[in-house]
Design a protein around this ligand. Structure first.
Ligand code: HEM
Length: 294
């Protein structure tokens, strides 16, 4: 294992500035007990809490992303870097969702239109590298968001007894403080969804004279079951809720904020959240109640 090298004792690893007395536990600053005031502990922060979640400890994380290895890797997990990565990957996933929704809206036009679109997608050789890129973006988003949530949680070891919005111009809301939970629901949803749709039954079909897959039939079969419809409808509401705060939060994490820009980004993000959430939300309901087309 490579040893972390710090410029000198008493300097933080990420900003390379000297740790101030305010950043130390009171006992340590007073020199009573605990770590020496100038000692930087790469494992734990000055409140004694782990700097990174246990699931990211070397050997248990994603290969190549292990923490406490080298300063560069530590930067990757510093709060600023994680926020930038969560923002960038989040916006890329929003891009995917918009494209995915546009394709799925073809379900309203019946099997010929939807199957022709999905066949063009599946049979395109560029789709596999794109899917791998999407997977990498998704994994990075989830891991970095979880890391961020973990360290923010560490900054407030005792939970608030009463939670309320900060009022005024603060953007704290139910959507913003539940991002980790709506994100977790989406994580489970995506896993179940891919198993159901991508790796679900393969019904053969002839599409423009070629052998292909009748994905329309699969989607219609899935959305004939009330339990599946309920699951999808609930998850689509969560998708909208996650985007409601996530879109503008990504811009803020990327430093794209200001008194003129932020209100516009927030408003656009909310409109987008409603459109994307509602766009997906009504597909299972349409197929369940109206039977789709044949
Ligand atoms: C009513 C809503 C939805 C329907 C009907 C739907 C339909 C589908 C179908 C049919 C596929 C298989 C495509 C293929 O095999 O090429 C698929 C794949 C996928 N869906 Fe959805 N989807 C919905 C919502 C969502 C949402 C909200 C997300 C993300 C949060 C999502 C993420 C994905 C992903 C990541 C894949 C795999 C893409 C790939 O590997 O090419 N889907 N979806």
């Amino acid at each position: 294992m490579k040893q972390t090298v710090y410029p000198a004792k008493g300097f933080t690893a990420t900003t390379k500035r000297r740790i101030t007395r305010n950043e130390m536990p009171r006992e340590a600053a007073a020199g009573l007990h605990g770590p020496r005031p100038d000692a930087y502990n790469p494992e734990r922060d000055n409140r004694g809490l782990p700097r990174v979640p246990p699931f990211l400890k070397p050997g248990t994380g994603v290969p190549g992303l292990e923490i406490d290895m080298a300063p560069r890797t530590q930067w990757l997990f510093s709060t600023v870097a994680t926020k930038v990565l969560v923002g960038l990957t989040g916006l890329s996933l929003v891009g995917f969702l918009c494209v995915h929704l546009a394709g799925n809206l073809l379900l309203y036009f019946g099997p010929a239109a939807f199957n022709a679109y999905s066949h063009a997608l599946i049979s395109n050789p560029f789709v596999i590298p794109l899917e791998l890129g999407l997977l990498a973006i998704f994994v990075t988003h989830v891991l970095q968001a979880a890391t961020n949530w973990w360290s923010d949680r560490g900054a407030r070891p005792v939970a608030y007894q009463v939670k309320r919005g900060a009022g005024g111009r603060s953007r704290k809301s139910v959507a913003s403080s539940t991002m980790i939970w709506t994100g977790s629901v989406m994580f489970v949803f995506v896993a179940v969804h891919i198993a159901t749709m991508k790796y679900g039954a393969w019904y053969p079909a002839t599409i423009h004279g070629e052998d292909g897959r009748d994905l329309y039939r699969l989607v219609r079969e899935v959305f004939q079951h009330p339990a599946w419809v309920a699951f999808y409808v609930a998850c689509m509401a969560v998708v909208g809720f996650h985007l409601w705060h996530g879109f503008s939060s990504a811009f803020e994490s990327l430093g794209l904020s200001g008194p003129r820009v932020t209100p516009r980004v927030v408003a656009f993000g909310k409109v987008l959240a409603v459109l994307v959430g509602a766009g997906f939300f009504f597909i299972p309901l349409y197929i369940f109640f109206l039977g789709g087309r044949s």
